[in-house]
Design a protein around this ligand. Sequence first.
Ligand code: C2E
Ligand code: CA
Ligand code: CA
Ligand code: CA
Length: 279
Amino acid sequence: AKGLGGNCYQLYEHRMNARAHELLVMESSLHKSLRAGELRLFYQPQVDLATGELIGMEALLRWQHPTRGLVLPGEIIPIAEDCGLIVPIGEWVLRTACRQLKELQQHCGTAVPVAVNVSSRQFVKTDLVDTIARTLHETGLPPRLLEIEITESMIMHDLDAALAILSELRRMGVRIAIDDFGTGYSSLSHLKHLPISRLKIDRSFVRDVATNANDAAITGAVIFLARTMGLEVIAEGVENAAQLDFLMRNGCILGQGYLFSPPLPVDELVTFIHGRCDS
Ligand code: C2E
Ligand code: CA
Ligand code: CA
Ligand code: CA
């Protein structure tokens, strides 16, 4: 039994080392990915639920890895946050989203905003507002066509700092959305004072909205709350007609999800927008 215990421990240690090694390899190749031009943005259309009309899009990070294929943010973001790479990667995401939307605007007349996810590491950095202002200036994208997605916890972590940042962004004309709304803890009395444009109902509520009474109640309450506060509300992860039906019956106007479109590479987004765009 003693020997067995020893073997188990060695096996465990071996596995831990293998995992740690894998993470290190990923980290160093992620470093190179920026310079090597391996990062991509996919865009998921956001639509008017009733008409299907495009009302915006969310930029989502992808990594075209030389041997592993397309790597999703679930694998990229935790590593990038751990080692600080999230700041340069976040700046790349912002710049690329603004540049590509500006091109879409020029070539296809697209006049809907692009939403960019911002991580907490970027949000606490003091120069986020400057970075955004500079990026808008350099790309020539009108500020009203940029939306920043942040989470409740980023706001609640330091309310005064968040209020200062969000107020400045709003003064510039940049839109602010609260992502994954309902999954964090935010005080409504605080939210009321923040210059927010939009609440995004988290996918975890939308998933079972047609079959689970609790999720239906929460989703209905969030829609009602948003409308009462004069905020836009958008449902994430809309996958089927039953969810769509519930959302529309409960006064939700906007949505995104596989029912309408998965995240698309930019050339396929152009096809989604126009069928065809001569550029
Ligand atoms: P999120 O911001 O909640 O983004 C929505 C996620 O749901 C995306 O996953 C999207 O592909 C997926 N999704 C959209 N519609 C549906 C649907 O109908 N059904 C299902 N099951 N899923 C759907 P993705 O692209 O893997 O991104 C995961 C998360 O990674 C994002 O969650 C966001 O938190 C983070 N992320 C993505 N891009 C960036 C980025 O550029 N910067 C930062 N800081 N985080 C990012
Ligand atoms: Ca998001
Ligand atoms: Ca979300
Ligand atoms: Ca989510």
